[in-house]
Design a protein around this ligand. Structure first.
Ligand code: NAG
Ligand code: NAG
Length: 454
């Protein structure tokens, strides 16, 4: 019976030993008790302390019997386990076992403490690259150094109070200390100048007692503005087209921040034409579409304007038919008909070229009939088709034979020209040439004359 034993043991020693013995009963404790939250990298000392035992025997181990990851130092009544620094390998429950052997009696006691680790040592680091040029893509990088356990990490990227991006690392199964990176790509705008980009990192582990659980860093946005415009305005297939062609007018402009583009027919033209943000399509272009077009590119820092002129040539198809087609003689009648199709329908008139070179208007009708041809010789008649947007001229040469002439195979009677210009231009050119020659000759003769005098 142990009770008897104790009584027996105490008997000879007297009451004082009994009192001392009960006061100094063998006890142990671990400091800190039960659970400790330690930051990786810090120093952690576990103390296993005893009372009531003259020479306790200490031993430390982890619950899983993995390496201790620390240095044991034994003293008379206590033992310490120093982890300096604490690392991931220290994430264990540690057991301290004390055997108290006072010769009479051997007693064993043990206690454990759970070491829980975290790491959240510094504020996030914000980096923005390449640089904040308004309208150009930029990337915000937030680095959260040495986080553990990273599966609890939550990161917010904010522009002032507005959340741009949120990311958590729930599925992160890394068991190491890692720098976590959150990136967000955006297009800074002029209105972002002076706004703050903030990276908020949280490690909200409710049952772990450490501070801080939230760390933030902010950076003021310095947005570089670039009001330079590269504006291009062009017309396809070309700036001069024929009625009926498919025409496309396009404007492109680049700037930072990106511009608003307005492409339109210039207001000072008759009835304001089509309007678009970048491209005006004119399928089967009409003469009325001709004119100046302007493109305006604008952002909050400036604007750029370009102009281009669209020329539309009228399609007339002016044609002359002459009846009769046979040789004409004095006294006969000839009918010349001029037709032209354009939109709007043209007004047709006839002119006769006088010997002086001037044109004389002779008819407002499409059909010109000359009865009783009188004057023999070569005559030039011109038909003019006119609508509000232009005109086209066609000419016909009429040769009238004299009555006395042999009605033989003479000069071709009717020659239609595609254009009066074809006749006029060479004639003018010849005139200029002749007059120049005359001048040159004149000056030579003057020099000669002077020489003769000397
Ligand atoms: C051990 O416990 C005793 C009694 O509570 C205390 O006085 C002593 O300072 C402790 N020793 C250590 C190393 O904590
Ligand atoms: C203009 O476009 C239409 C439809 O796309 C096409 O049928 C037509 O042939 C084009 N006209 C010209 C002159 O290219």
């Amino acid at each position: 019976d142990p009770g008897q034993d104790v009584t027996g043991l105490l008997g000879p020693l007297g009451t004082p030993w009994l009192m001392f013995s009960s006061f100094k009963a063998f006890e142990m404790e671990i400091i800190p008790a039960e659970r400790i939250v330690a930051q990786i990298g810090d120093m952690l000392i576990l103390t296993c302390n005893t009372t009531g035992c003259a020479s306790p025997n200490f031993s430390w181990r982890t619950q899983m019997d993995s390496p201790l990851g620390g240095k044991v130092s034994n003293h008379r009544t206590y033992s310490t386990l120093t982890m300096n620094p604490v690392s991931i390998v220290n994430s264990h429950s540690y057991l301290c076992t004390v055997i108290c052997d006072d010769g009479e009696k051997k007693e064993k006691k043990e206690k454990s403490v759970k070491v829980e680790l975290y790491s959240f040592p510094s504020d996030p680091i914000i980096e923005i690259s390449p640089s904040l040029v308004a309208g150009e893509q930029a990337t915000v990088i937030c680095r959260i150094p040495d986080v553990y356990p990273s599966d609890h990490l939550e990161v917010l990227l904010k522009k002032d109070e507005h959340v741009l991006h949120r990311e958590d690392f729930q599925d992160d199964d890394s068991m190491n200390l890692e720098t976590k990176i959150v990136t967000y790509t955006f297009h800074p705008m002029a209105e972002d100048i002076g706004k703050e980009i903030t990276c908020v990192a949280r490690l909200p582990i409710a049952d772990m007692d450490f501070e801080p659980k939230e760390r933030t860093s902010s950076q003021m946005q310095i947005v570089i503005l670039n009001a330079n415009f590269i504006t291009k305005l062009s017309i396809e297939p070309s700036t001069t087209v024929k009625e009926g062609e498919n025409v496309s007018i396009q404007c492109s402009a680049e700037s930072n921040p990106p511009p608003k583009i307005i492409l339109r027919r210039k207001p000072d033209n008759a009835n304001m034409g089509p309007y678009s943000s970048r491209r005006i399509l004119l399928p089967s272009v009409m003469f009325q579409n001709a004119g100046d077009y302007e493109c305006m590119a604008e952002n909050e820092f400036g604007n750029s304007r370009r102009e281009i002129t669209l020329n539309v040539k009228c399609k007339y198809n002016t044609m002359i038919t002459v009846i009769p087609t046979a040789a004409l003689s004095e006294g006969e009648t000839v009918t010349m008909k001029c037709t032209s199709s354009s939109n709007p329908a043209p007004v047709i008139s006839w002119k006769k070229k006088k010997a002086t070179g001037e044109s004389e208007k002779i008819s407002k009708n499409a059909t010109l009939t000359i009865q009783n041809l009188k004057s023999q010789g070569l005559w030039l008649y011109e038909c003019e088709a006119c609508n509000p947007f232009g005109k086209e001229e066609k000419a016909v040469k009429l040769y009238v034979q004299g009555l006395l002439e042999e009605p033989v195979q003479m000069i071709p009677l009717i020659i239609a020209f595609s254009s009066v210009a074809a006749v006029v231009v060479p004639a003018v050119a010849i005139l200029i040439y002749v007059s120049r020659q005359a001048k040159v000759n004149g000056s030579y003769s003057l020099v000669k004359a002077l020489r003769l005098k000397v």
